[in-house]
Design a binder for this molecule. Structure first.
Ligand SMILES: C[S@@+](CC[C@H](N)C(=O)[O-])C[C@H]1O[C@@H](n2cnc3c(N)ncnc32)[C@H](O)[C@@H]1O
Length: 396
C-alpha cells in the first residue's frame, strides 16, 4: 500500500508557457528543491501528502503530477504491459471513475488518442483482474485523473493530484471579455515585484483577475482554499484529517485588510466593474479592493505610490489596431502626468501598439496568453515615496 507520508516520487508541476521561473520561486519558497525547470513546468520530489500543500498554496501552477511509473518504451503494447504491472488497486477505486489525459510527442504511436486509451485499458484491466470490477472512464476531470507524458521513448505515468486545472480557482463566475487566466494573472502580479508595499492600481480591470490575484497574495490567502475538489481527494487513502488541518492552517495564516484598501480596480465599462466586484466577492477579497467606474486616466492613485498595471486590448479579441493606437498613446500621457511614485506596467500582445506608449520601458518580461506571445513592459516613472505597507497599520 502506498504511504502518503513516506513514499517519495518525482513530482512534475506544470504551468503556462513563460511562467516556470515564477513557479520555481514559489515551489522553492514552500521548501521543495527544484531539480529541473523547463518551458512547461518544474520538477521536484515529494510524497502524496506534499502534493496536498502544493495544490493548496501554489498560485502559478496548473497541475501537480505525482509520478507512478517511468518507462523506456517504443510501442503501445510494451507501454500497456508496464502500466498493467503498476498497483492501481492502491490508488483507484474499482467502483469509481477515471479520466486519462496525455501529452504525446513520439513516433512510437500513430494516433496520439490511442496512447491515452492504452493507459485507460491497462488501469481498468488491472482493477478487473484484482477486484473483478472496473471503474467507469471518460473525460471528466473531477474524479480520479491519470496523466501520461510520452516523448520519444520516454513514457511517464502520473496521478494528477489536481484534477481540474488549478487556474480554475472558482471565483470567476463572470469572465467578461478577454480575461487573463488566473495563474497567468498571479505570475504577472509577481513579475511587477509588488509585495504588498504601496498600492496596486489596476485600471482597465475587466473581470478583475489582476486585482483579485493581488488581493489574494497581499492577504496571504492560499488559492486552494477557494476550491472544494481536487484530484487527490479521489486517490484511495486520501487523508481527510490532514487536509482539514492544512486548510485550517492556511485559514489562520490569512492577514487582515488595512484600514484603506490599497488595491484599486477600475474600468470604463460598468458591467466589467460589476463583474469584477462579484468575482472579488466570490474570492472573499472585496474588502481589500476599491472599485470604480471611470476612464483609466481618472483612476484614483493612492498618494503612497506603488505599481499601476494595465492590460488593454491588443487588437486580437478586443478592438482593432487603429482603434487602439490612441488608447496606448494616452497610457503614456497618463503615466507621465499621474505616475509619480509609481512603476507603470503594460501587459500586451502587440509590440507595435506598445510602442505607442511613447516611453522607454526598462523591463520586458515575456509571457504567453494562450498561444499569443505577450510582454509585461515596465516603466520606471518619477521617484516618490512608497510608504504604505500592507498589514503594518500605515496605509496611505
Ligand atoms: C483586455 S480587457 C482586461 C481583462 C482583465 N485583465 C481580466 O483579466 O479580465 C481590457 C479592459 O479595458 C477596458 N477599457 C477599454 N478602454 C478603456 C478606457 N479608456 N478606460 C478604462 N477602461 C477601458 C475594457 O472595458 C476591458 O474591460
Amino acid at each position: 500500500m502506498t504511504s502518503w507520508t513516506d513514499d517519495k516520487q518525482p513530482l512534475r508541476i506544470t504551468c503556462g508557457k513563460g511562467i516556470a521561473p515564477f513557479l520555481r520561486a514559489e515551489t522553492e519558497a514552500l521548501g521543495f528543491k527544484v531539480t529541473d525547470e523547463s518551458g512547461g513546468g518544474v520538477e521536484t520530489e515529494g510524497t502524496l501528502e506534499d502534493a496536498l500543500s502544493l495544490n493548496l498554496h501554489l498560485r502559478t501552477a496548473l497541475r501537480v503530477l505525482w509520478q507512478v511509473g517511468r518507462f523506456d518504451v517504443d510501442d503501445p503494447k510494451r507501454l500497456y504491459a508496464q502500466v498493467t504491472a503498476l498497483p492501481w488497486e492502491d490508488w483507484i477505486d474499482p467502483g469509481g471513475y477515471v479520466c486519462v489525459n496525455s501529452f504525446t510527442q513520439t513516433a512510437c504511436i500513430r494516433d496520439t488518442r490511442f496512447a491515452g486509451l492504452t493507459i485507460k485499458d491497462a488501469i481498468v484491466d488491472r482493477l478487473q483482474k484484482v477486484h473483478g470490477r472496473r471503474p467507469d472512464s471518460g473525460s471528466d476531470t473531477n474524479r480520479s485523473v491519470v496523466f501520461l507524458y510520452w516523448r520519444e521513448r520516454d513514457a511517464r505515468v502520473y496521478l494528477d493530484t489536481s484534477g481540474d486545472s488549478l487556474s480554475r480557482r472558482g471565483y470567476r463566475k463572470e469572465p467578461m471579455k478577454a480575461p487573463l487566466q488566473e495563474t497567468l494573472a498571479a505570475a504577472v502580479v509577481k513579475a511587477t515585484g509588488w509585495t504588498g508595499t504601496g498600492a496596486f492600481v489596476n485600471p482597465m480591470c475587466g473581470s478583475g483577475t489582476l486585482a483579485i490575484e493581488a488581493a489574494l497574495m497581499a492577504s496571504n490567502r492560499a488559492p486552494g482554499l477557494l476550491r472544494d475538489n481536487f484530484g487527490f481527494m479521489h486517490i484511495l487513502g486520501f487523508p481527510k484529517e490532514r487536509w482539514a488541518a492544512l486548510r485550517a492552517g492556511a485559514q489562520q495564516a490569512i492577514t487582515p485588510w488595512p484600514a484603506e484598501p490599497l488595491i484599486v480596480a477600475t474600468d470604463l465599462d460598468p458591467r466589467a466593474v460589476e463583474a469584477a466586484r462579484r468575482n472579488a466577492e466570490n474570492a472573499g477579497v472585496t474588502a481589500g479592493i476599491a472599485f470604480g467606474e471611470c476612464d483609466f486616466a481618472d483612476s484614483p492613485m493612492p498618494a503612497c505610490g506603488g505599481v499601476v498595471v494595465l492590460n488593454p486590448g491588443y487588437g486580437d479579441r478586443l478592438g482593432t489596431v487603429p482603434e487602439l493606437e490612441p488608447l496606448y498613446g494616452r497610457i503614456g500621457d497618463f503615466f507621465k502626468q499621474r505616475g509619480q511614485g509609481y512603476t507603470g506596467f503594460v501587459f500586451t500582445g502587440n509590440p507595435d501598439l506598445a510602442k505607442r506608449v511613447g516611453l522607454r520601458s526598462n523591463q520586458k518580461i515575456p509571457f504567453f496568453n494562450s498561444e499569443i506571445e505577450c510582454r509585461l513592459l515596465g516603466y520606471r516613472l518619477y521617484a516618490g515615496t512608497i510608504r504604505a505597507k500592507w498589514n503594518k497599520g500605515e496605509p496611505g
